[in-house]
Write a protein that binds this ligand. Sequence first.
Ligand code: KG4
Ligand code: ZN
Length: 341
Amino acid sequence: MTILAIETSCDETSAAVVRNGEILSNAVSSQVELHAEYGGVVPELAAREHLKNLLLVARTALNDAKVSADQLDAVAATQGPGLPMALLVGLKAAQAVAFALRKPFVGIHHHEAHLYSPWISGNPPVADFSKFQPNVSLIVSGGHTMLVLVESELKHRVLGSTIDDAAGECFDKTGKMMGLAYPAGPEIDRLAEQGNPKVFDFPRPLLHDTSDDFSFSGLKTSVRYFLRDNPALLDDSQKIRDLCASVQAAIVEVLVAKTIRAAKRNGVRCVTASGGVTCNRALRHELALACKKNGFALQLAEKSLCTDNAAMIGILAERKLMHGIPSSALDEDIKPGWELA
Ligand code: KG4
Ligand code: ZN
């Protein structure tokens, strides 16, 4: 089965071609520089950029895959959640292509797709579901932080999610307070490498709470007050590195401890993680250590597939069609607030 998939839920315009679990191409055009000027994603600009770039990105995906439109068996797109106007661009384009080719269209839940991206690996990248086992999956991005129990393929249950800011948002906003450019997550990761995480002590919100929910706004506020009371600290580059390491350590400790606890409680033997923050080296390292210590297998999404991409949308669409799940209607609307069940 050959599928063209489109992802435009936030600030990445992406198109991919997948065939029988293999990623034949995965073209991604990031808008990060455009939004950096404003310190965050501007929805109107994101939608305009998607409109401008989607055709080119989709053509690139087809060319890279050496696949022509008439070889496609289905077309998929992210239906939600995400920025309404951004979603609309990708969804309507995909439905139009499906209509023109008289092929099925599959609307995909963005987070459900994240659940399966850790199973894609290799060169060329292939989704290997023969290795699949029940798992607790951490999805951690700029907009979302959640733990999901994936009982079997296509069967999942959300265990908990953030009650306020997402972990990526916490990275980005605390970094902004330190004067780092948007998105600050990768820069904090880089600076923290040469910093001491024990120099400053920040709260670990909900670390000992029995729920699987997260909260990062208190941590963000405590960094704000700390910088208000110690403004001179930002003149010292080593102190900034220590600050980055200390903030990162607080976020990572909460993410890792709660993921491991959820995995133990639910009796699974495997942990997976995806989403932009999964690029973070400390998170990858600490998750690996904790999984080893507790006897869990760990499937981390490859860095190129942690951030938003159409490959994961195509892989999930293919699995759904293979499992006999009916395709979506061609006039289905976007679902900007679609909750993962
Ligand atoms: O999944 P993603 O590309 O977009 C969505 O939010 O949907 O995630 C972007 C987020 C941003 O908050 C960014 O700062 C964060 O992922 N991020 C990182 C790293 N790379 C990306 N955070 C910490 N360390 C990183 N290396
Ligand atoms: Zn995402």
